[in-house]
Design a binder for this molecule. Sequence first.
Ligand SMILES: Nc1ncnc2c1ncn2[C@@H]1O[C@H](COP(=O)(O)OP(=O)(O)OP(=O)(O)O)[C@@H](O)[C@H]1O
Length: 470
Amino acid sequence: MSSETAVWIHSFSCDIQSVEAELAPFMSQHHLQLQHLASDQPRGPGLLCFTALTPELHGCLERVSCNGQEPVLAIALLEQPINDEQYWHLLKSGAADVLCWQGDVSGLMDRVVALLSRWITVDRLLNSPLVQHNLIGKSLVWRNFLRNLVEVAYFTDASVLIMGETGTGKELVARLMHSLDPCAKDRELVILDCSTIVPELAGSEFFGHDRGAFTGALMAREGAFALANGGTLFLDEIGELPLHLQVQLLRVIQEGTYKRVGSNTWKSTRFRLVCATNRDLSEEVAKGRFRADLFYRIATWSFRLPPLRERKEDILPLALHFLKSHRPEGAPPLDIDEPLGHFLMQRDYPGNIRELMQLMHRLGARHVGPGPVTLGDIPEDERRGSWIPPDAWQDTRFEQCIRDALMLGCGVKEISRITSETAIRIALREADGNLQRAAKKLGITDRALQLRQASQRSNLHAVKTKATGC
Ligand SMILES: Nc1ncnc2c1ncn2[C@@H]1O[C@H](COP(=O)(O)OP(=O)(O)OP(=O)(O)O)[C@@H](O)[C@H]1O
């Protein structure tokens, strides 16, 4: 690192001058610079120091870490060491790690710097053109997914399993892993779709064959494992592989050795294995449809790609990206007007990003002349059933919930309280913890939302205290 990288430090109701004084020279040796956080809004990797374990501390941790989506090192300046339960509670509130700052802290410096350096490298990769230009998305759930994936791709060579619904971007992510892998990026990315493998030819596809190994084998041929040597092997739709073929992969994945069909000679290969499936593979293992031994070999790390409905904030940026990618070279970029934006946000996408991409290409193709793309550009077959009346949410499911609550003895006061708490929780989750946006959606001020959150927390605390009797 040539210039210094800023890392934030924040105190929760305590004096952190001594921590700063001890850390600053050490950090500067590693080209890191501490900067105070003006408010407790998150800014990437940072440190949060505290002297008391209070409900307010957990609230602060949730905010600065965006509910665990941004890496935060919690530093406990306490007389006593923290116990397991307190440690877990801090991790649950969003700390990426916790350190106790007690006695002789010189040994902690290396750890603090190593953690911060790792998080900063990951952040840099995350913000690089390679990632930003190819994988669109700013929502915290998406960034959190990418951050974990980037770390594994860059710092390990272990096997990775990517699970996700159709069209969520599994292949795109596998390609990114290959490009980020410092050992494999100049080598081959070999892609094999397991759902299209003909069982009789599977051996040859995977391991290659010798000349004359079977009728029609006129020439020797390398298989996928040999071609991926030194690079990445991407086995797409691994969940579709029949059980009798799964067993054939165990040795080569574990030991990197295999024999070509028709040969008695062992060969060796080294590759990074990335597998993808739209099935829940652990469930398939439980049902006996996928071998447990293969599952553990292919899933040293496993990731679940979020469906588009869990990252609604990314719909419009993705829509604009797809409009742009389909424009002729040199044509001015197209915008989306507000009503069309609302339509795109409330629509369902069972085919996830692929479906949104196809829709945007169709809208782009219909749009003519200057100005933004509008509702009028929506193709005829899309329009049917698209308009949802504003009171549609008060449907029979809603009535049923109220009926159940009344039957269980809840009065109108409790129903109102639970309803507004649920609305707040949903709004905060959809705004990825951003207070202003959540308040706007709820039609209240930021301050009113803060007060309601504080009162919810103290209610919860009171309930817990009552339950535990302390
Ligand atoms: N974050 C993203 N940014 C831009 N384009 C994306 C993103 N995610 C997916 N896409 C695009 O969406 C389409 C579908 O992605 P991809 O083929 O990787 O999905 P998949 O999960 O592998 O689908 P399937 O399970 O059906 O094979 C591709 O054209 C891809 O480029």
